[in-house]
Design a protein around this ligand. Structure first.
Ligand SMILES: [Zn+2]
Length: 310
């Protein structure tokens, strides 16, 4: 089953300033991984910047204009409590959303079956008209809506194993027509302090994990809750918000996973996609802030996604 990487150097020019956790060194780390065996065997797809009509599938025009108008001519601009932009951020944001759409196009045409979009800025915290938590546009939701609008996919599932709740994707999925199913596991309590199980409905299922949960609790929640719900929904396209900040070395959270847990969850998700979605899986990078942990976790994720042997 062919797996294609979508990565673009515009992500290296989204400069969030010295000591910001979501820095360009994250993308450089993944670029380094892709030069190593066996990851260097994975083909790279063409990343086309998102068109306005694609971003409009998730965000209103006034918000797109607001982001564009807030880009500084030089230096940095802070657009919310956590999100910093530089002159290169607009192009990076267009390519980050565009990578998800390019992957969708290639999966829809059969050019590839699986995809990993290694782009930044991340997206899952971006609300319809609000930037948040290092995110400008909600890349994965734009990709999911593009899959429906341009290619006629009926049921898209988004599984989010980033350690933070994907609040933006949650809200957008709830507001949509039920054809996009969002399932998130995340640490609670932890910023953004949303995503409680009591709010679960037909289109959104959240499962919280307390600090210190570790591999066993994480795997148990997937075995008993996430996989059965996903199997019942039977998506024709599975997308993954792949954040690697649930790793035990990550400085922003305390779920304490090992790198291999990301391989395990990816392998199981791919098996569900094999059953209902002809194997189609599109993974989109979100968080992960310890560079060595990011590298090892992304490696485990890619080995499972592409069925690579060490
Ligand atoms: Zn995160």
């Amino acid at each position: 089953m062919k797996t294609t990487i979508y990565i673009h150097d515009s992500g290296l020019r989204h400069d969030t300033g010295f000591s910001h956790p979501e820095g360009a060194d994250r993308l450089a780390t993944i670029l380094g991984l892709l030069k190593e065996t066996p990851y260097d065997t994975l083909p790279q797809g063409k990343v086309t910047p998102a068109k306005e009509e694609q971003i409009l599938l998730a965000h209103p025009l006034h918000y797109i204009d607001h982001i564009r108008d807030s880009i500084p001519d030089h230096g940095h601009a802070q657009i919310d409590a956590d999100t910093i932009m530089s002159p290169g951020s607009w192009n990076a944001a267009l390519h980050a959303a565009g990578a998800a759409c390019s992957a969708v196009d290639d999966v829809a045409s059969g050019k590839t079956t699986r995809a990993f979009c290694a782009m930044r800025p991340p997206g899952h915290h971006a609300e319809s008209a609000l930037s948040m938590g290092f995110c400008l546009f909600n890349n994965i939701f734009i990709g999911a809506r593009h899959a429906q609008a341009a290619h006629g996919f009926k049921k898209v599932a988004i599984v989010d194993f980033d350690v933070h709740h994907g609040n933006g994707t949650d809200t957008m999925s709830r507001m949509h027509d039920g054809s996009i199913f969002f399932i998130s596991t995340h640490q609670y309590p932890l910023w953004p302090m949303t995503g409680l199980e009591e709010d679960n409905d037909e289109s959104v299922m959240n499962f919280t994990l307390p600090p210190g949960s570790g591999s066993e609790k994480f795997r148990s929640v997937y075995e008993t809750k996430v996989f059965p719900a996903l199997t019942r929904f039977a998506p024709d396209l599975l997308m993954i918000s792949a954040g690697f900040d649930a790793h035990r070395l990550d400085p922003l959270a305390q779920i304490n996973l090992e790198s291999e847990d990301f391989g395990w969850v990816t392998e199981r998700l791919c098996a569900i996609a094999d059953a209902s979605a002809q194997g189609r899986v599109i993974s989109v990078l979100e968080g992960g802030y310890h560079l060595q942990a990011l590298k090892e976790s992304a490696a485990a994720h890619l080995r499972a996604l592409a069925n690579l042997k060490d």
